[in-house]
Structures are given as C-alpha cells and as structure tokens.
Design a protein around this ligand. Sequence first.
Ligand SMILES: Nc1ncnc2c1ncn2[C@@H]1O[C@H](COP(=O)(O)OP(=O)(O)OP(=O)(O)O)[C@@H](O)[C@H]1O
Ligand SMILES: [Mg+2]
Length: 312
Amino acid sequence: MTLETRRVGPEAAAEVLAVVKAAFANRPVLDPPADALAETEDTIAAMLGPGGGLLTLDDGRPVAALVLDPVGDAVHLRRVSVDPAAQGHGLAHALVRAALLDIARRGARQVRLLAREELPRTIGFWREQGFVEAGRHAPYVEMARPAPVIVDVPGADDMRDLGRRVAAYLTGGDVLVLSGELGAGKTTFTQGLGEGLGVRGGITSPTFVIARVHPSLGGGPELVHVDAYRLGGQAELDDLDLDTDLDEAVTVVEWGTGIAEGLADARLEVRITRATGQAAAGTETDPEADPRVVELDGIGARWLEVDLRPIG
Ligand SMILES: Nc1ncnc2c1ncn2[C@@H]1O[C@H](COP(=O)(O)OP(=O)(O)OP(=O)(O)O)[C@@H](O)[C@H]1O
Ligand SMILES: [Mg+2]
C-alpha cells in the first residue's frame, strides 16, 4: 500500500462518492436508511463546497474519505468512509487523525459528528478517537471532542512559558500525559507548569525516582511528576502508592502514552515533536533555535467545553 491523504474540494466529488457508496453499501441495513445511500456526485460536491474534505489514495485509487463541514466554531465530520476492501489497515484512524490536525490548524474549537445508535462498534471507534457522547436525537448519537490546539515553540524558554499558560487551565484531579522523544522538552514543559501552579520547584527529570510530589506554596493543587519510562504498565503506576491523593493533585506523566490512560478517563495529552520544514530552520535572530511543535489534546468530558485556543 502506498497511501497518501490529500485535501480536496468539490472537484473530487466523484472519487469521494465512490468511497462513500462502497463503504455504506457494506453496512447493515438500517431503518431509516443511511442518508449516504441517496448521495449523488452533485450532493457530495455541494457538501464539499464550504469546508472541503480529505481523500486517501492507495496507489492513486480512492480508498477513504470524509467531508469537513464547518458549523459555527465547530467542524462536523460527515460521510466518514473506508472502502471495505481496504479496511483493517488503520486507514480510518489515520484519516481521522489527519482531519483533527487539519481542523486544529484552521483554529476551530470542536469536532462533532452524528453516529447511528444501532452501530455500537462505530460509536466505540469514535470513543477511541477521543469523542464523547454529547447528545441523542434518535436514531443518532451526537459525538464531540475538542479540536487539538497546535502551538509553535521556538525555544526552551517558550516551552516553560507554554507550561505556565497551560497551568492556568488546571485544577486538582487533572492528568496530563506528555509524549515526545528523548530530550523533546517534556521536563522543560513541566517546569513551567510547576511555576504556573505555584508549587515548590526543583523539577528535574525524575530519572532515579519514578515519581516526585511538589507541594503547593499557596492553596492550589500539588504537582505529581511521574516518569513512566521504566514503568511496565498501568498496574505499576497504581502500585506507586504515592503519599498523596491523586484526585486532588495535578498529575503529569512523562512517557505516559499507553500507561496513564487508565488513571483517569479524562486527560490532557501533550505531544511534543521537533519542528520540520521552514519552522526548523531557525530564525534570523536565533539561528541556533531548536523549535518544537506542541499539540494539546483534551480527551474526555472534562475537556469538551474548555476552550484551549487562547494558549496557542
Ligand atoms: N524549543 C524547545 N523546547 C523545549 N526544549 C528545548 C527547546 N529548544 C532547546 N531545548 C532544550 O532541549 C532540552 C529538553 O530537555 P527535557 O529534559 O525537557 O526533555 P525531556 O523530553 O524531558 O527528555 P527525557 O525524555 O529524557 O525525559 C533542554 O535542554 C532544553 O533546553
Ligand atoms: Mg524528562
């Protein structure tokens, strides 16, 4: 498979329609039938007009598609389709991920969609993509999640500053899951977070201890800083037996992906990557700059109505 996902407009209506027809024809017959079955090239072109869509090609052959429909400060995903012949390769997940990043770059606040309540596996798929149930209008379940917020972070001081700004949104019980390669800036971010929360300092990589508790210097929540790099799994995180109540602390887990998800059904995922392309070339004032891109992604009902965009 040579997959390529591209942004398309009404000119791609025929290709999008082909994927939609193939995908929906394969679904169980529903009553009332899915609207997608009545779709034509014209209706798809009209739907693609306002916000376009995404089309995944496998060696040039259309295999997955969705429509991005802007409604207020949300973008609705419509006609999310994968050709049954290409299913089982993670195409749907990759397509949704591409859509979330596209929507984040457009500055929308929320992503919403309607799923049929008769299709629990479909609803389960959307939950895995960070969506929560936001309403029911039989036969539809309305699913929603906040759009991720993408922040360009030129240098280490900017990373600490980002941590300080994120701290303003946190309360006791919140869990942050930090990911990014060695030296990405996870601890640097946590230092800013600690400053913003007003906890006792000395935040360093907890290399030889797995977790450290930083008490509040004022009346706010304490900061529990966990390095899960050497933790085997969820059970061990529970077993740390920290002398503190995680329901009242802000917990930050470096390397927490795949481990911290069970700690709380809601979490703020902070994904740090090295900037590529133009942003990575440094700036005129600082040719040595080593910029990062940070994606803030709120998962679970806790974050659904929180507007993180001012951080960016
Ligand atoms: N734009 C930037 N953002 C963050 N850190 C940067 C940036 N540019 C340079 N740095 C430097 O990169 C290093 C990041 O180290 P840090 O310990 O925060 O990473 P980490 O992700 O916690 O690593 P580890 O995986 O070992 O825990 C620091 O020395 C910091 O000064
Ligand atoms: Mg670290």
